[in-house]
Design a protein around this ligand. Structure first.
Ligand code: URA
Length: 267
C-alpha cells in the first residue's frame, strides 16, 4: 500500500465519512503508531502503519484484483519458479497486491490468463463442475480431415480418461498446416496439445483467446489490464453455473479400440 491521507484511509475502513473522520482527527481520537495526529493533511500507509481510532485498530478490507494478462511464450504460469525461468508475475511487476494465476498455460502457450486474489472465484473458475469454456487457437501440422475433427469433438482417451466433448472449427488451412479453434470445458494438463497429438496433428503454436465470457483481441502480447466490474460480474455468473453430470461407463476408457486411420497416424 502507499501513503494516503488519513481521513481517506479512515473512510475506506468504514470508520466514518471523510468529513466525519476529519473531525475524529481534530478531536484527537486518531493515532498512528502510537502518536495522536490532529493535522488534516497527514498521510499514512494503511498496509504498514498501526492506525487506531479510540484505541481500536482499523482494518482495511483487501482490495479485490482481477488482472487479465496476455501471456507470451517463454513464461511459466506460477508465482515463483525453482528453475528461475521468467514467470507471469514478472509481467505484472507493477501490481503490488498478492495475486495468483487462475489455472495454467504451458511455458510455450500464449494468450489470456486471469490473475486474482479472489480465492473463491479462482476456485470456481478452475473446478470442472462449473465447466468454464476456454477457447484456443491451435496451429497444427497437416490438415485434419472430418474424421479427425469428429474425434476431437467427441472426446479422446488420454492417459486412460476420455476428454469431454469439445467444439472444433477449422479457422484456416493451407497445404501443410491448419489453425483450429478448439473450445474445451476442462483444464487437464497439456490438454489441447495432447488432443491434437492423438489425432496425428501435433500443435506448432497455441494461443488462448477466451476464458468464459472474457475475450480481448486488443490486449497486446505481454500486456495486462484490470477487468472491468461488468466483466467480473459476467465471470462470476459463468462460474456459478453447474454442468449437468454425465455418467461415463468405466469400461469405455478401458476397452481396446479398433484401429482407425487417425490412430495409425498417432505419433
Ligand atoms: N492446453 C494445452 O495443451 N496447453 C495449454 O497451455 C492450455 C491448454
Amino acid at each position: 500500500m502507499s501513503q494516503e491521507r488519513l481521513q481517506k484511509i479512515l473512510s475506506q475502513a468504514g470508520v466514518a465519512s471523510r468529513r466525519a473522520s476529519e473531525q475524529l482527527m481534530l478531536d484527537g481520537r486518531v493515532t498512528v503508531n502510537g502518536t495522536t495526529l490532529r493535522e488534516l493533511g497527514t498521510k499514512a500507509d494503511a498496509g504498514r502503519d498501526d492506525i487506531r481510532v479510540d484505541g481500536r485498530r482499523i482494518k482495511i478490507p483487501e482490495r479485490r484484483r482481477y488482472i487479465l494478462l496476455n501471456k507470451p511464450r517463454g513464461y511459466v504460469t506460477t508465482r515463483s519458479d525453482p528453475n528461475h525461468r521468467p514467470t507471469v508475475i514478472d509481467l505484472i511487476a507493477d501490481v503490488r497486491d498478492y495475486v495468483y494465476p487462475v489455472g495454467r498455460l504451458d511455458f510455450d502457450t500464449e494468450g489470456l490468463l486471469i490473475l486474482t486474489n479472489d480465492g473463491e472465484l479462482a476456485a470456481r473458475l478452475t473446478h470442472p463442475r462449473h465447466g468454464i469454456a476456454r477457447v484456443y487457437e491451435a496451429r497444427v501440422l497437416g490438415v485434419p480431415d472430418t474424421h479427425d475433427l469428429a474425434r476431437l469433438a467427441k472426446g479422446i482417451v488420454i492417459e486412460g480418461r476420455r476428454t469431454q466433448p469439445a467444439l472444433v472449427t477449422v479457422l484456416y488451412s493451407r497445404g501443410d498446416d491448419a489453425t483450429l479453434e478448439i473450445t474445451v470445458r476442462e483444464g487437464r494438463n497439456r490438454q489441447v496439445r495432447n488432443m491434437c497429438e492423438a489425432i496425428g496433428h501435433p500443435v506448432s503454436s497455441l494461443r488462448r483467446v477466451a476464458i468464459g465470457p472474457i475475450r480481448d483481441p486488443t490486449l497486446r502480447l505481454g500486456r495486462w489490464r484490470e477487468l472491468g466490474a461488468a466483466e467480473v460480474r459476467r465471470l462470476q455468473t459463468a462460474a456459478s453455473a453447474t454442468l449437468p453430470t454425465v455418467k461415463v461407463k468405466a469400461e469405455d476408457a478401458k476397452r481396446p479400440r479398433k484401429k482407425t486411420s487417425g490412430d495409425q497416424r498417432r505419433s
